[in-house]
Design a binder for this molecule. Structure first.
Ligand SMILES: [Zn+2]
Ligand SMILES: [Zn+2]
Length: 403
């Protein structure tokens, strides 16, 4: 047990110095190695075992609470990483949380890690298919250990909110996994308007990311559409992508569901004259710029929405950049019928909340008619400032109805 204390302290220190600019390279090479050596599983198991011992044993072993909370403190710095969250859940993270929260109040005083886990990290991880699938297995199992101590604890309401979010995400996952659910696609030749069930389309056999209604459309997109320039790098990067197709499909589905449900929030942000001024200014500086709707899940797993000029934003890593290039090129040729949406999630370790790695994922959405973004761009490019607010409000109202 003492060795766990030292291990946890060591990792905590390491994580702290990891955030300095001079160790950026180390940050991305060291954590995967530690993770592969089973650190997350060891820390979760050690902490869970202590939380399961009875109060008498805990009192007799004065070092137990210190080890326990050091483990929790270090763990919570790692668990924003979806791979780590999955492993920790399998090692008993949920019973560990419930038992720790059920401890007498004076024992958990000053333990911020537990609160951060419940309010931010666990809810934030429900954007990952693999994490949600594991929660579906683990959640029913902890019901039996939830007692009055837990329900009267200061963590109970955070737990309730997390569980209700997790249940919604489990429903979404189940819906995606039922055979009856049909995935719709649009032909990736941007001169073609064909849309329909995915099964009606053929996939580019090289990159496996582009879909076409016919061989002719594939030829057009390969040549004048420019897919030839990007197909190979998309294939190379999709092979290295640590998010598999299922996780990406789940994120896409979540984003779509939230867009339909919460688009009015975007409308609200556009009623703000400051926001309009900023967008108009962006578009005047670069009239070829596109708009993008950002859904930011990084705070607590619920999306916060806003609209932004694309030129302000960059893909956060090499893997993302190649998809951005492809989607942006298509959107520019879509005559307003393709909208770009960005999902912002936390997926990576770090010692403090602000510096944990955020990840941008871009998903395009096609429609039969020029989109809401397109209508907004027309206003910014062609109308006078004075009638802008009113026109935007009108477009938003109709857009909300369409969606
Ligand atoms: Zn291809
Ligand atoms: Zn086509």
């Amino acid at each position: 047990m003492f060795s766990f204390h030292y291990l946890a302290s060591f990792l905590g220190d390491l994580e702290y110095c990891d955030d300095s600019e001079h160790t950026m390279d180390r940050k991305f090479t060291l954590w995967p190695v530690l993770f592969a050596s089973g650190v997350v599983q060891s820390l979760t198991t050690a902490s869970r075992i202590i939380s399961e011992t009875n109060a008498r044993l805990q009192n007799e072993n004065a070092s137990f609470p210190a080890i326990h909370f050091q483990c929790l403190e270090t763990l919570h710095g790692l668990l924003t990483w979806h791979h780590a969250m999955l492993e920790s859940l399998r090692a008993g993270l949920l019973p560990l949380i419930v038992r720790t929260a059920s401890m007498p109040k004076e024992n958990t005083e000053g333990v911020d890690a537990l609160q951060t886990l419940l309010d931010h990290i666990l809810p934030g991880s429900t954007v990952s298919y693999t994490v949600v699938a594991e929660l579906k297995v683990q959640l029913p199992a902890v019901d039996s250990i939830i007692g009055p101590e837990f329900q009267n604890s200061r963590y109970a309401s955070s737990w309730e909110s997390f569980v209700s979010l997790a249940r919604r995400r489990i429903d979404l996952m189940d819906e995606m996994d039922t055979k009856a659910s049909v995935v719709f696609k649009a032909c990736d030749n941007m001169d073609c308007d064909t849309m329909g069930p995915k099964t009606n389309f053929k996939r580019c056999s090289n990159c496996r990311e582009a879909y076409y209604c016919s061989v002719d459309c594939q030829k057009i997109d390969w040549g004048s559409g420019g897919h030839r320039k990007r197909c190979h790098s998309i294939r190379t990067h999709s092979l290295k992508n640590d998010l598999d197709a299922k996780n990406r499909a789940f994120m896409r589905r979540l984003l779509r569901a939230d867009l339909v449900e919460r688009r009015y929030e975007e409308a609200l942000s556009l009623h703000d004259p400051g926001c309009l001024f900023f967008l108009r200014d962006t578009m005047r500086r670069d009239p070829s710029d596109l708009l993008v709707t950002v859904l930011d899940y990084s705070a607590n797993g619920y999306p916060r929405m806003h609209i932004e000029g694309l030129a302000q934003l960059r893909a956060d890593d090499e893997r993302g950049a190649v998809y951005w290039e492809e989607h942006i090129a298509r959107a520019a040729r879509s005559r307003g019928r393709m909208e770009l949406h960005l999902m912002l999630v936390r997926d990576g370790p770090g010692s403090d909340w602000v510096h944990r790695r955020k990840r941008w994922l871009m998903f395009p959405q096609r429609s039969e008619y020029p989109s809401f973004h397109h209508a907004l761009l027309q206003i910014f490019r062609h109308r006078e400032e004075t009638d802008e607010t009113e026109t935007v409000a009108q477009i938003m109202n109709s857009a909300v109805k369409i969606h």
